[in-house]
Design a protein around this ligand. Structure first.
Ligand code: NOJ
Ligand code: NOJ
Length: 457
């Protein structure tokens, strides 16, 4: 298989090129199926941690420098979306109900003691995280609602009654979301107070999907409220446009927090496009997204030495160019597993869009543009060749990002939050739940035999 050969070649390069990365040098990229199974396994291990209340999703088992042994609404909601799409394929969702029950309780706790549904973190027993923190974070309710709506639909399809609690929890998050568009809060990286593209686009997806869900449930006044907020939110999102480069600016109207994010470039823009359903006008082919991702790839190729150390692989991707958080202190930013995997997912999903629909099932390892083109009439050749070439290019690029992740993940694939910008070794909170979820998604997107719809809605 080609990509195994490539990694072997890289291993040789890494020794003779003056770099020596012992763990990295032995890596062989396993199959995409195997990556999905392995990352799901690690997520389940975190969900089954012995010291937590069932349903809590620890960000990581790390309890010291840094202490990530808490339940973040965002990490939990995003990961559970991956988990239920995996479990639903086996016609049962053992992880869903405990998480949903944990979240109902958390919603009530947040009302009684916190800032409301925008409370970002809970302790693993469900109590409020009482330390000073960047509050509120308004992406949480939108993410939680979107995952719950998906779980709700899955349960119905499995012939099970989703229950009144779940319905009530979804309605509460949707209502909160409708009332907090255009509302100041902290970003997903918990550093800056303002209006954030990530938060806004997830709110947009929640308003859209939520309107349809509320209507279906006969919740007409909720549906009307959600619909009425769509216009203003779209205007707000469009305010993030950086017009000279036709790309997105991560934060506008900043009122507090760190002032070092000069470029406005941030991988969270891409995350928002990737997670949950695609919702017009924010499709993955959006040139404003393409420009944002291209600039991120270019910047990160320059600033992280580990990118250049493996020049045949695409760059290692971090959160944003000015980042200084090293996973515990502030010695300098590093590439993140979840960010690098996301760029891989992006390219592979673009590849799928360029494949003619009747070729979606083909196996790219046996891909040959020439053999396919030969079977077409001469008139069809031109446009089809162009889109196949584009598909081929994007798929190869996406898979190369997965290779990049695997190279730094280590052979056991037990990823942390970051990997060191110079040595390439794992750094920051170990066994980070969100890293597994992100790599799972990339492996699914890059496997053309995998039906993606369950992950992108
Ligand atoms: C912890 C946050 O979770 C992380 O995203 C942030 O960079 C640091 N604190 C610094 O504020
Ligand atoms: C720091 C990240 O910046 C934030 O997005 C995340 O929620 C927490 N770590 C927990 O993983």
């Amino acid at each position: 298989m080609n990509w195994i050969k490539t990694v072997k070649a890289l291993a040789v390069l890494s020794v003779f090129g003056g770099f020596f990365f012992p763990a990295l040098a032995q890596s062989e990229t396993p199959s995409l199926d195997f990556i999905r199974e392995r990352t799901y396994f690690f997520i389940r291990q975190n969900l089954q941690h012995s010291q937590i209340r069932p349903g809590a999703v620890i960000a990581s088992p790390a309890q010291y420098e840094p202490n990530y042994f808490h339940h973040w609404t965002r990490d939990a909601g995003l990961t559970m979306h991956t988990v239920i799409s995996h479990e639903f394929r086996a016609s049962q969702m053992p992880s869903f109900a405990p998480w949903a029950e944990f979240e109902f309780a958390a919603q009530n706790t947040a009302h009684e003691y916190g800032v409301g549904l925008g409370e970002p973190i809970f302790e693993v027993d469900g109590s409020l995280y009482s330390q000073p923190w960047g509050r509120p974070q308004n992406d949480g309710p939108a993410i939680r609602a979107l995952t719950m709506i998906q779980g709700f639909a899955n349960l119905e399809q499995l012939g099970q009654n989703p229950g009144a609690d779940l319905r009530q929890a979804i309605a509460a998050d949707l209502e909160y979301t409708a009332n907090h568009i255009n509302s100041q809060g902290f970003d997903l990286w918990e550093e800056v107070r303002g209006l954030h593209f990530f938060t806004g686009l997830l709110q947009w997806k929640a308003l859209k999907r939520g309107t349809a869900w509320a209507r279906q449930q006969g919740l007409d006044s909720l549906a009307q409220l959600l619909e009425s907020r769509q216009g203003p939110l779209l205007t707000q999102l469009e305010n993030h446009l950086e017009p000279t480069q036709n790309r997105w600016q991560v934060t506008v109207q900043q009122t507090a927090g760190w002032g070092h994010k000069i470029s406005g470039l941030d991988v969270s823009v891409l995350l928002a496009y990737l997670y949950f359903q695609e919702e017009a006008p924010f499709h993955l082919e959006d040139p404003r997204l393409a420009n944002t991702v291209r600039m991120l790839e270019e910047r990160f190729a320059e600033i992280y030495p580990i990118s250049a150390a493996f020049p045949t692989l695409p760059p290692a991707i971090g959160r944003y160019p000015e980042d200084v958080y090293d996973g515990h202190g502030f010695s300098g930013g590093n590439p993140w597993f979840l960010a690098t995997a996301a760029v891989g997912e992006y390219h592979c999903r673009l590849a799928r869009k360029h494949l003619p629909s009747h070729r979606r099932d083909f196996d790219a390892r046996e891909f040959s543009v020439a053999s396919f083109v030969n079977r077409l009439s001469p008139f069809a050749v031109q446009p089809v060749t162009t889109s196949l070439l584009r598909a081929n290019h994007e798929l190869a690029r996406g898979r190369a990002f997965v290779q990049r992740v695997f190279l730094h993940a280590g052979e056991d694939m037990n990823m942390s939050e970051q990997f060191n910008r110079s040595t390439g070794f794992r750094q920051g909170a170990h066994s980070l739940t969100w890293s597994f979820s992100a790599l799972y998604r990339a492996a699914a997107a890059c496997d053309l035999n995998y039906e993606l719809s369950s992950l992108s809605k």
